[in-house]
Design a protein around this ligand. Structure first.
Ligand SMILES: CNc1ncnc2c1ncn2[C@@H]1O[C@H](/C=C/CNC(=O)c2cc(-c3ccc(F)cc3)cc(O)c2O)[C@H](F)[C@H]1O
Ligand SMILES: [Mg+2]
Length: 206
C-alpha cells in the first residue's frame, strides 16, 4: 500500500494519496481503511464541525488521518493513537507523503493509556471531534473513559466507523439510549464492498 502511494500519489497532495490507497485496495488487496464511500461522509462531518481539536482512535495506515487532516484549518490539531508499531511506521510515511505532518500528532500507544494523559501531555482541554475506528469492543469503554476524563464538552461530536460491520453492538446500545447523546446513523457500505455498514454520529449534550 505504501509503495502504491509513493509510486502513484503526488507528494504534498492529500487527495492523490487517498486516491492511490483506494485504487490499491480496490484492485490489489482489500484493507480496513474507512474507504471512499464512508470517507465522503467523514469529510462532510469534518467540514461541518470544522474542529480545532480532533482525536482519532486507531490510525492503522493513516488513510482516515489524511482525509481528516486535509480538511482542518491551519491552527487545528489532530491526535491519532496507534499501538501497533508496524502500522504506526507506515502511517507516519503516508502522512508525510501527504505533507500533513504539521497537522497530525501520531502517538504510538494504547487509547486506554493515553486518553487520561491528553490534558497533561498535549494541553488538550476537550476534543471537538473524535473518530472511533479501532478495536470494535473498545469503542464503549474508551467513550466512557473520555467522559470520565472530561475530554468531551457540550457539542463534542463522536463519529464511529463499522457500527454494522463488524459491528459495535454494546457501543450502539449505550450511545443511542443515553440521554447524554443525540445520535444519527449514516447508512453506507463496508469499504470496497457492497456489504452494508455505516457511521454513527453522536453529539455529546454535556
Ligand atoms: C484498544 N486501544 C487501541 N489503542 C491504539 N490503537 C489501537 C487500539 N485498538 C486497536 N488499535 C489499532 O487500530 C487499528 C484497528 C482497527 C480495527 N478495525 C477493524 O477491525 C475493522 C475491521 C473491518 C472488517 C470488516 C469486515 C471484515 F470481513 C473484516 C474486517 C472493517 C473496518 O473498517 C475496521 O475498522 C489497528 F489495526 C490497531 O493496531
Ligand atoms: Mg473501520
Amino acid at each position: 500500500m505504501l509503495a502504491a502511494v509513493q509510486k502513484n500519489a503526488t507528494r504534498g497532495d492529500p487527495r492523490s494519496v487517498v486516491k492511490a490507497i483506494d485504487q490499491f485496495c480496490r484492485q490489489k488487496e482489500w484493507a480496513m481503511n474507512v474507504g471512499d464511500e464512508k470517507g465522503c461522509i467523514l469529510d462532510s462531518v469534518v467540514t461541518e464541525v470544522n474542529p480545532a481539536t480532533v482525536l482519532e482512535l486507531g490510525t492503522y495506515c493513516g488513510y482516515s488521518t489524511v482525509r481528516i487532516a486535509s480538511l482542518l484549518p491551519s491552527n487545528a490539531k489532530l491526535i491519532t493513537l496507534e499501538f501497533n508499531p508496524d502500522y504506526a511506521a507506515i502511517a507516519r510515511q503516508v502522512i508525510a507523503w501527504a505533507g500533513l505532518e504539521d497537522k497530525v500528532q501520531l502517538v504510538e500507544g494504547a487509547s486506554g493509556d493515553w486518553i487520561p494523559k491528553m490534558k497533561e501531555k498535549f494541553g488538550i482541554e476537550t476534543f471537538d471531534l473524535v473518530f472511533l475506528d479501532h478495536w470494535k469492543d473498545r469503542y464503549l469503554p474508551d467513550t466512557k473513559l473520555m467522559e470520565e476524563c472530561g475530554l468531551l464538552r457540550k457539542g463534542s461530536i463522536l463519529l464511529a466507523d463499522n457500527v454494522i460491520c463488524p459491528g459495535t453492538p454494546d457501543y450502539l446500545e449505550y450511545i443511542r439510549n443515553s440521554p447524554r447523546y443525540k445520535s444519527q446513523y449514516f447508512k453506507s457500505h463496508l469499504e470496497y464492498t457492497k456489504v452494508e455498514d455505516g457511521l454513527e454520529k453522536s453529539v455529546f449534550l454535556g
